[in-house]
Design a protein around this ligand. Sequence first.
Ligand SMILES: [Zn+2]
Length: 74
Amino acid sequence: MKEEYERGAVCPLCGKHYTDHPALSRIDNETLICPECGTRQALASIGVDEEEQDEIIAVIYEHADRPGLHIVSE
Ligand SMILES: [Zn+2]
């Protein structure tokens, strides 16, 4: 399983290919989904609506340490 997702996997929820560590779906507790969908489900579970989820995710990914992307201070 580990070797599989080290090369990346396709998220069954949004269909996106991702290479980050997968998240465990809160729906069945066994499906691996992309970190973004994992964040969305976590937010939804605490009552955050979709619009607000988008905003939070945008902030998270803006500041995330993405491979190949170096944030330089202006
Ligand atoms: Zn996804």
